[in-house]
Design a protein around this ligand. Structure first.
Ligand code: ZN
Length: 239
């Protein structure tokens, strides 16, 4: 078989596979040929993984909550940088009606944390709630979509009934610092099932920057579950 024929044959096979299994990358939307992958090789190579699952020392995400709240474990799959593929993923998830991307990376989080000891007894995934009005506009809560992916690959139950956002407050920047915590607290309400025998709650969100939203969720869940361990997992941590 001549080289030319062989490369033509390969091209023909690729094209045929592409016709049979058309595939668009979840991030860049470009078509590519590997039908079993959701992310094209170029975007994959640009993903900034934290590799927190391999850490034995404390991470910057652990440190973010020091002196604020008690956490059993923290996990972030990706590092967030401006102009990075991580930013693109979050943008797709929040503004481009692309829940599949959240599910995809949620599944990755689920399989990564399965290998981490601290998370081995997690028995409930609690997505950070979105205000119903926002959820209606977006069509979904991105934290819940990520949680669904985690549930799928880890087998842990999704419990979106444990935290519920009830009121929409004015912009925090208009408020003084002293009322900020009070203000945050009013934005969430536990809907809850105090009797549930949960021992380790994993709160899930898309991205963590200051950590104030997660802090609020932890404080509220702590009141309802004084003896449970609480951990957090996010798709991305801001650098
Ligand atoms: Zn791509």
């Amino acid at each position: 078989m001549s080289l030319n024929f062989s490369s033509n044959f390969n091209k023909w096979t690729r094209d045929l596979l592409h016709v049979l299994y058309p595939q668009n990358c979840l991030i860049c939307k470009n078509e590519f040929n590997q039908s079993k992958l959701a992310i094209c090789p170029i975007c994959s190579s640009e993903l900034a993984y934290t590799h927190f699952e391999d850490y034995t020392e404390v991470t910057n995400l652990d440190k973010l909550f020091w002196g604020r709240i008690q956490l059993e474990g923290t996990y972030a799959l990706l590092r967030f940088k401006q102009q990075s593929s991580t930013q693109q993923i979050l943008h797709e998830l929040k503004y481009r009606n692309n829940p599949e991307i959240g599910k995809h990376f949620g599944k990755e989080i689920g399989s990564k944390i399965k290998g981490i000891n601290k998370f081995s007894d997690v028995d409930a995934l609690v997505p950070v709630p979105l205000h119903p009005k926002k959820e209606f506009i977006r069509g979904y809560n991105q934290a819940e979509i990520i949680s669904k992916g985690i549930a799928e690959s880890s087998g842990v139950a999704l419990r979106k009934d444990l935290l519920k956002r009830i009121s929409f407050t004015e912009s925090q920047t208009k408020k003084g610092k002293s009322s900020r915590w009070e203000n945050m607290q009013n934005r969430f309400k536990i809907q809850g099932i105090k009797s549930a025998r949960l021992q380790h709650l994993l709160i899930v969100d898309d991205v963590v920057t200051t950590g104030s939203t997660l802090e609020t969720c932890v404080r509220i869940l702590r009141e309802e579950f004084p003896n449970a361990k609480i951990s957090i997992a996010v798709l991305a941590v801001a650098e």
